[in-house]
Design a protein around this ligand. Structure first.
Ligand code: ADP
Ligand SMILES: N[C@@H](CCOP(=O)(O)O)C(=O)O
Length: 325
């Protein structure tokens, strides 16, 4: 669940008076998500016809100073046809507010559901949506360093230290070996751009095979563009526990991305290494959370070993296996 800050309905109703959004009809905490507190709001709407919004309160992991980057990025992408939610400005033009002591924003609600077992058709649509996002991101002037780059992985691994082996005996040594491999082989000259960096199925809203929204840009940053495809591949092409590889989804994601954006020979050749990096990144953040989240916390911890299984798979295959011939 992800409602860390509980906001009384009266306070949300008063908050809404700053906007042309109507009066509050209902506010429901959203269980999905792990980073922020999210509410689904129903209001009477400025026109009395009823309207839905997302209210997000930013918790400790999102730095308030980064919010203008995310807001400008979504404006840029939205203006170029990407289905992304806009941050809504109040009557004074302010998009960032304070609510219950937290930075808070009112955000456009997008329809659609997140799939849990994507079909190849849905994987293809996700690959296309990522390619279109990368195309639309061209010309975006904002930049944000990826805190979870290779240096960030080293820092996280150091913080986990001896605790890795409490998760799985030998995990610390496996992570150290992988970091050494990636230090030696991480590509230095692939094209970089703004990337989403967390395009998991729960961050893609769909109706059937059609993408209706891309959400949760709070990890977006500037990094190797094809690394974003590797992150998406790692999230969409396996069973949740990482034990089963779905090759048809991999080929579909690759085909969708190639159609919408294109993938160079150099990006394709580096793809298995980029996937190893992606798998290690999520293994590390999940391991850190596993170690540091009390077992009785309200948020559900995600299994780091599901990403160790992906990592082992990526270390054993080539690009043709991952993306189709
Ligand atoms: N703009 C939106 N439109 C519709 N639903 C949304 C929107 N933003 C968030 N949600 C819902 O809230 C959930 C959590 O949002 P998310 O941004 O992934 O949270 P977190 O940053 O805490 O991981 C999503 O899985 C989705 O169900
Ligand atoms: N996608 C990450 C965790 C981040 O959660 P999100 O709800 O912000 O996508 C993972 O699965 O480890």
């Amino acid at each position: 669940m992800a409602v860390y800050t509980h906001v009384p309905a009266e306070e949300i109703d008063a908050f809404l008076t700053r906007y042309d959004a109507g009066r509050l009809v209902s506010a429901k905490g959203i269980a999905e998500g792990v980073e922020n507190s999210n509410y689904l709001l129903e209001t009477t709407g400025a026109d009395g016809k009823g309207h839905r919004y997302i209210l997000t309160l930013y918790e400790k992991r999102v730095d308030e100073a980064d919010l203008p980057f995310f807001m400008d990025l979504l404006d840029h992408l939205g203006a170029r046809g990407c289905l992304v939610p806009r941050f809504i400005a109040d009557r004074e033009g302010k998009r960032l507010q304070q609510l219950s002591g937290r930075p808070a924003c009112l955000i456009e609600f997008l329809t659609g559901i997140s799939v849990t077992e994507p079909t190849p058709g849905q994987a293809r649509a996700a690959g296309m949506a990522l390619g279109e996002l990368h195309k639309a991101a061209q010309g975006f002037a904002g930049e944000r360093r990826n805190a979870l780059d290779i240096a960030g992985w080293h820092a996280l691994a150091a913080k986990c230290g001896a605790d890795f082996d409490r998760i799985d005996p030998g995990l610390g040594a496996r992570v150290a070996r992988e970091l050494a491999f990636l230090d030696a082989h991480w590509p230095a000259d692939l094209p970089r751009s703004v990337i989403h960096a967390d395009l998991f199925p729960d961050n893609v809203l769909m109706l059937g095979d059609a993408v209706t929204g891309l959400i949760d840009f709070y990890f977006s940053c500037t990094d190797i563009r094809a690394y974003d495809l590797a992150v998406t591949h790692s999230a969409w092409c396996f069973s949740n526990d990482g034990a089963t590889w779905h090759g048809a989804r991999g080929a579909a994601i690759g085909a969708g991305y190639a159609q919408a954006h294109g993938l160079s020979d150099a990006e394709r050749a580096a793809f298995p290494i980029l996937c190893r990096g992606a798998a290690l990144r999520f293994l590390l953040t999940r391991a850190y959370d596993w170690i540091n989240t009390p077992a009785d916390a309200l948020v559900t911890r995600k299994d780091p070993l599901a990403y160790l299984r992906r990592l082992d798979f990526y270390a054993s295959v080539d690009a043709a296996e991952l993306l189709g011939a």
